[in-house]
Write a protein that binds this ligand. Structure first.
Ligand code: ATP
Length: 455
């Protein structure tokens, strides 16, 4: 593992919380795991889906100029020739002559093997794409690649989307899904995986308007993370230097996050000019230009590409929301996740297992679970159950006590400041909905009151 940033949650602590509470497990762990592959457990699957939902909402649902796409992972092999991946998607690697471990040449500082200090070979290029075969014959003619990015699925469908949706420039196509890279440097949990998910946008614009749209997307994407609760001091923009830029790119910014391992890329936003559509036009022999009805000219649109990682976002949201507080029982661990991302929105907790509380508790649980992911927990003390929910980021706990059976009122307890209000059951759903949408807990529904009950 890389060095730990002081003041940030320890990566090992995060890994252990993820394992213990069922967010993330090593892939095929009973066989010893598979390097840089991870499985999302019950809570992780919810969190990851919520990240994707939030991205789709911002990228597609909330905009008039965007549409979605879901292209296949396996694509015609020529795609990757045209995109430059067959030729150029490679890292220079060196091998240790002693222990035979391979390392990325650009990650070696003192010319020696980081594992054993041995002598290293000269760098050799290593392609990061996974190869496989279509059909029964395993020969060169049937080679296909697992896509190393989702973007190319968008470019090859540019005309299909244009023709079927009758879009005018500027417009964009968004896609999320699995990508695969045979990464060499791994080991920072879900920061760098061999199988991961991306969320990518290709935004097509008229040449000449590209710089303005580039700025727009850098801003939009930066705000997406901070609107979802990532602290601004942990986010920064880094412009690529001239020698970092791909030969076709006019400009590129990384949105970087202060991960436990240090500042690293969370998302890249590039102005890719007309490179991709031109390449695919040339290699496929199909004209991928756009007919501008105002000027009656065929033009090759420029492309702005915001390219984000689902898993890296999950890691950033987890690291940023992790908090610890000392209290009389020891340590309270809290995931202060944005409500939109929290895997479980509400927990229903009867004060005890007493059977008098059971019918009403089940009634509340059954009615709330129709709206959100809700957990029912009646094991151990109420304090412990609150702690358990805090640790997985549940925004609200609803407690049913003996008085609830008399007056049909329940207590809502919120995660961050542990404040409590008491509300009639008939307004519970509406109250929770308003609070989950951001209404302050201080706003009381009809018949509601502040509550200083059990803690
Ligand atoms: P890096 O320099 O960290 O390898 P990259 O510049 O190769 O990343 P891009 O090709 O720009 O990454 O991919 C866009 C986004 O996809 C990245 O910002 C990251 O969030 C995500 N991503 C890329 N590779 C991986 C990976 N191996 N594991 C997890 N996420 C990844």
């Amino acid at each position: 593992m890389t060095e730990q940033v002081p003041g940030k949650v320890d990566m090992d602590k995060l890994v252990s919380l993820c394992k213990r509470r069922g967010f993330i497990f090593p892939s095929s762990e009973i066989y010893g795991g598979l390097g840089a592959c991870y499985d999302y457990g019950p809570l992780g699957a919810e969190l990851k889906n919520n990240v994707k939902k939030a991205w789709w909402k911002a990228a597609v649902q909330d905009r008039d100029d965007m549409v979605g796409l879901d292209a296949s992972i396996l694509m015609h092999p020529q795609t990757w020739v045209a995109s430059g991946h067959v030729e150029g998607f490679a890292d220079p690697l060196v091998e240790c002559k002693q222990c035979h471990q391979r390392w990325r040449a650009d990650h070696i500082k003192d010319g020696k093997c980081p594992a054993c200090g041995g002598e290293l070979t000269e760098p050799r290029m290593f392609n990061l794409m996974f190869k496989t075969f279509v059909g029964p014959v395993e020969d060169e003619a049937s080679v296909v690649y697992l896509r190393p990015e989702t973007a190319q699925g968008i470019f090859v469908n540019f005309q299909n989307v244009l023709n079927s949706t009758r879009r005018k420039l500027p417009f964009g196509i968004a896609q999320m899904g699995k990508s695969f890279r045979n990464e060499i440097t791994t080991g920072n949990f879900i920061f760098r995986m061999r199988e991961f998910e991306q969320m990518e946008i290709e935004y097509f614009v008229k040449p000449g308007t590209d710089e303005q749209w580039f700025k727009h997307w850098v801003e939009q994407r930066f705000n997406w993370y901070s609107n979802l609760g990532i602290k601004k001091e942990n986010l920064r923009l880094r412009q690529h230097t001239k020698d970092e830029l791909a030969h076709y790119a006019r400009d590129c910014y990384d949105i970087e996050y202060l991960f436990p391992i240090g500042w690293s890329e969370l998302e890249g936003i590039a102005n890719r000019t007309d490179f991709d559509l031109k390449q695919h036009s040339q290699y496929s022999g199909k004209d991928l230009s756009y007919f501008d009805e105002e000027t009656k000219e065929h033009i090759m649109p420029y492309v702005i590409e915001p390219s984000a990682g689902v898993d890296r976002s999950v890691l950033a949201f987890l690291a940023d929301s992790y908090d610890e507080e000392k209290d009389k029982e020891g340590l309270r661990v809290i995931l202060r996740l944005h409500y939109a991302l929290a895997p479980i929105k509400v927990a229903v907790l009867p004060l005890s297992r007493n059977e008098k509380l059971l019918p009403l508790s089940k009634e509340v649980y059954d009615s709330l679970r129709k709206c959100w992911m809700v957990q029912y927990d009646d094991a151990q003390s109420i304090g412990r159950r609150y702690r358990r929910q805090d640790e997985i980021g549940t925004p609200f706990c609803v407690t049913i006590d003996f008085q609830s059976v008399e007056d049909r009122q329940v207590t809502i307890r919120e995660r961050d400041k542990m404040r409590q209000i008491r509300v009639p059951i008939e307004v519970l759903k509406a109250t929770l909905e308003a609070k989950l949408c951001g209404e302050s807990l201080e706003v009381l529904p009809p018949g509601g009151k502040k509550w200083l009950g059990f803690e």
